[in-house]
Design a protein around this ligand. Structure first.
Ligand code: ZN
Length: 292
């Protein structure tokens, strides 16, 4: 599943590619991709004549701010256009966007197609179809309509996310620290790969009961999370094997993992073999010698 760095890479790609993209046509190839409004006609109507003004990210959600543009010949600055709500996207397992200049027929996994007046297309493709989209009008609350968004914990890069915060939220938790890192209500955007990599980098065993982890270890863990995420964003968020960037390219190059999917291989620090075991249903990779 794409995690924070992959979603951030997609966000940056969308922001670069979609200059002044005004939605003139929407084609819904699979109704169930639309999570809200329930009526797909309402979704389509809401998005027409929307300028995709800005892309934000919160956890693994992509959030496009929309502006209503009825008359393109209007010359006043874009900021002055009326807000037209938000297009929110969650890629889930296999969703990705493709930006298409010369029209090509859609593949069978195409779910939603957005076109501008020049027929330039932003295509959303999703093999496993768990991805979702919402159009939320400007008078509605994103956090209320999208429960997962409303309950998200702080962003790893925010000031709020520090050792004090972590200590407070985990002080009574008997769950493993790995399960805690995967909990989106505690910290937003971390999934299996970056949980394993951060814990390795901090020297903390993924099996440790969260409440037993000391403050100085939490400081190290926070630093490790930041470092691992930043490094991955820098290399295009490319450790996820099915992840595709906006060109539809499989981005499986760049960042080298230390433990993730390296079970049976030698630890880069101590030479001991990396092990793999399931924690709450998720494959967990770690070095038993380096992580205590
Ligand atoms: Zn080791």
């Amino acid at each position: 599943m794409p995690e924070l760095p992959e979603v951030e890479t997609v966000r940056r790609g969308l922001e670069q590619k979609l200059n002044n993209f005004i939605i003139k046509k929407v084609e819904v190839c699979r109704d169930s991709t639309i999570a809200f409004p329930k009526n797909k006609e309402e979704f389509i109507k809401g998005l027409l004549n929307s300028l995709i003004y800005k892309w934000d990210r919160r956890g693994k959600y992509l959030i496009a701010q929309l502006k209503e543009v009825q008359n393109e010949s209007d010359q006043f600055p874009l900021e002055n256009f009326q807000n037209n709500g938000f297009l929110v996207v969650h890629l889930r397992m296999t969703g990705y966007f493709k930006f298409i200049n010369n029209s090509t027929p859609p593949c069978k996994h195409t779910r939603i197609r957005f076109f501008d007046k020049n027929n330039i297309e932003l295509r959303y493709i999703d093999v496993r179809s768990f991805g979702q989209m919402w159009w939320i009008n400007k008078d509605q609350s994103l956090n209320k309509i999208i429960k997962g968004l409303g309950s998200l914990g702080p962003e790893p890069f925010s000031k709020e996310f520090d050792a004090n915060y972590l200590k407070k939220v985990i002080s009574k938790r008997t769950k493993s620290i790995k399960a805690i890192l995967l909990d989106q209500t505690i910290v937003a955007g971390i999934g299996n790969i970056y949980a394993d990599e951060s814990l390795y980098s901090a020297g903390i065993s993924p099996f440790r009961e969260a409440r037993t982890i000391k403050k100085n270890e939490l400081m190290k863990l926070k630093e490790s999370i930041i470092t691992v995420l930043k490094k991955s964003i820098g290399s295009g968020g490319t450790t996820f094997s099915d992840f595709r960037d906006l060109e539809g390219e499989n981005g499986n190059f760049g960042l080298q993992t230390n433990v993730y999917r390296r079970n049976g291989k030698e630890c880069r620090k101590c030479g001991n073999l990396i092990e793999r075991q399931k924690i709450t249903g998720r494959s967990t990779h770690w070095c038993p010698r380096c992580q205590k």
